[in-house]
Design a binder for this molecule. Sequence first.
Ligand SMILES: Nc1nc2c(ncn2[C@@H]2O[C@H](COP(=O)(O)OP(=O)(O)OP(=O)(O)O)[C@@H](O)[C@H]2O)c(=O)[nH]1
Ligand SMILES: [Mg+2]
Length: 294
Amino acid sequence: MEQSYRCGFVALVGRPNVGKSTLMNHLIGQKVSITSKKAQTTRHKVNGVYTSEIAQIIFVDTPGFQMKHLNPMNERLNQNVLDTMPSVDVVVLVIEAGKFTEEDLVIYERLPANVPIICVVNKFDKIKNKALLELFISHIEKKYQFKHIITVSAKHGHHLNDLMDLIPTMLPESPALYPEDMLTDKSSRFLASEIIREKIFRYLGEELPYSVNVEIKHFTEEENLYRIYASILTERDGQKGILIGKKGEKLKKIGTDARKDMEHLFDKKVYLKLVVKVKTGWSSDIRFLNDLGM
Ligand SMILES: Nc1nc2c(ncn2[C@@H]2O[C@H](COP(=O)(O)OP(=O)(O)OP(=O)(O)O)[C@@H](O)[C@H]2O)c(=O)[nH]1
Ligand SMILES: [Mg+2]
């Protein structure tokens, strides 16, 4: 008998920095969600679509659940994550190999009871002692109600096939919901602003807090080119200076790297112009967050 097609939603949840976005990008084979060494890189839900002969998996990458710094922005991010979960078919709780922290537990306890949970133990490449890793796995196996536990390295692409073989078996029978060549439901405009934000995270070490945001002012598609003008919003003059750097060097690097990533993702030439502006207090301004769609 022919197997019927399956399609469904899979939420990737976990504390900041465990590798949710890296995992999603690897699974769908394109970078649609930005990643960095810092916690709280992802601020919006990003859907990444994977389509095969037998199934379509719609991954929902969520912002890391934040317990440490509770300001209006983080509370809203947390609420958005909680709102996503009951409506998905599978929850993937991403944790770091060898650690099941207090924060992991808080998230685990809030997972909906009626949705099966896969625990993805990521970054196993960082654990040299494999016996310890096995002990850790058998500990969480006994202690928590996971349907499956899979050990992977998202960054190095190890054991991801196991996960991709497993997920379709847990999805409902359904035709594909998105066109087969679609990788994300986010607009190019949104992806452009995220790529710029990723480069800012990458180039600014620990110097800049999270009070930076990107606004796309102008985005047009010309025959062979995307023309993009963006503002980078900071909270203080000092931050603006850091972002621009000596003789504008930092801003130039951010722009060049962002442009290259965009050209790769959009498969088109990109003209990118960046300016840095000061907008005081945006990260605690609810109206402003609404305007940004957060
Ligand atoms: N060694 C190692 N590092 C990894 C692995 N997967 C992800 N990382 C790194 O972990 C860091 C965080 O990855 P992200 O994918 O941005 O993490 P996230 O969970 O999406 O983080 P937030 O969006 O902030 O919640 C990055 O520096 C990744 O390169 C892995 O398998 N092994
Ligand atoms: Mg992320």
